[in-house]
Design a protein around this ligand. Structure first.
Ligand code: CDP
Ligand code: MG
Length: 141
């Protein structure tokens, strides 16, 4: 295992439902450190670029609609094996299939409004972190 960084997003539905604190608490409880964070409202262009890998998928239009529907809280998380640790505490994409006590099981409404985004691999994490944060706004510790 190595110290890694990963990107996490509290999606618009969870921000609107007042779940920022609950979600960040779950992340900190599993030992992830929040080393950068900001609230932003994605433009259509930003959302389409960020989720570009899903452009041809049937759920893409709805995904983009939801991601631009309100502000999001974007964070960089750091810790041992952070990519996997975050994916584990997030739970499965579909909240009905997410393990009990995972973020998506607790805070997800359905498969599209599933509370959080998390990078799926270290390489993806590096790209996604650079998409949102200048290096001098990240505070490893
Ligand atoms: O977010 P995660 O990596 O778990 O799933 P993904 O397969 O990378 O899909 C990205 C996002 O698209 C999901 O988090 C959902 O918000 C949405 N999605 C959806 O609405 N319907 C699906 N069948 C699959 C994904
Ligand atoms: Mg994904």
């Amino acid at each position: 295992m190595a110290t890694e960084q990963t990107l996490s997003i509290v999606k618009p539905s969870a921000v609107a439902a007042n779940h920022i604190g609950g979600i960040l608490h779950k992340l900190e409880q599993v030992g992830l450190k929040i080393i950068a964070a900001k609230m932003i409202h994605l433009t259509l262009e930003q959302a389409e670029e960020f989720y570009g890998v899903h452009r041809e998928r049937p759920f893409f239009p709805e995904l983009i609609d939801l991601m631009v529907s309100g502000p999001i809280l974007v964070q960089v998380l750091e810790g041992e094996d952070a990519v996997k640790v975050n994916r584990d505490v997030m739970g499965a994409t579909d909240p009905t299939e997410a393990a009990p006590e995972t973020i998506r099981a607790i805070y997800g409404k359905n498969i599209s409004e599933n509370a959080v985004h998390g990078s799926d691999a270290p390489e993806t994490a590096a790209r996604e972190i650079a998409f949102f944060f200048d290096q001098n706004t990240i505070f490893p510790r």
